[in-house]
Write a protein that binds this ligand. Structure first.
Ligand code: FES
Length: 169
């Protein structure tokens, strides 16, 4: 099964430190109810994703099947099997932001980064994701960059942000 997964995801092999961190997290969660989700959240918080190689470790540690662990990872949107993009731009697509040209911002970001909404760049440097209200309607249009809320966004500010993303190695 892991060989099949390796074909589907860009595999990032764990080093010994990652393995130790994962084993510690599993050790702390194995006796608790909801141990699998707790372990998956713990690993995601620590490493940003769940390495494919960790799946059998988690399964063995929690006395589950590999299919159980894989099923939970792929069922919940919070979990991912490859590292997250370095820059995640979430562009609000809800009504207030749409009335203030969120579509134009989305088109601009797509054109600049060469990716669609909901996609990540092949080099994993950036991703654009839709979001439906950031609770910042009074300052529409709103976006987030790696979780940082940015209101009253316009194309000039977005250009500066994307310029900075592209300039970073
Ligand atoms: S609609 Fe965009 S922040 Fe509320």
């Amino acid at each position: 099964m892991l060989a099949l997964l390796a074909d589907s995801y860009s595999i990032h092999f764990m080093d010994n430190r990652d393995r130790q961190a994962i084993e510690n997290i599993i050790g702390k969660t194995e006796d608790r109810a909801g141990a699998l989700l707790s372990a998956l959240h713990g690993i995601t918080d620590k490493l940003g994703h769940i390495p494919v190689e960790a799946i059998p470790l988690i399964a063995r540690g929690l006395n589950l099947s590999v299919a159980d662990v894989y099923g939970a990872i792929t069922f919940y949107k919070d979990f991912r099997l490859s590292p997250p993009p370095l820059n995640v731009l979430k562009i609000c697509q809800a009504e207030s932001c749409q009335s203030r040209d969120a579509s134009g911002l989305t088109r601009y970001a797509r054109a600049r980064l060469g990716i669609g909404l909901g996609e990540a760049a092949p080099d994993n440097k950036a991703a654009i994701e839709p979001v439906y209200c950031l609770g910042n309607c009074a300052c529409s249009p709103s976006i987030t960059h790696n979780g940082k809320l940015l209101g009253r966004m316009d194309e000039k500010k977005l250009k500066e942000l994307i310029d900075a993303i592209e300039e970073k190695p």
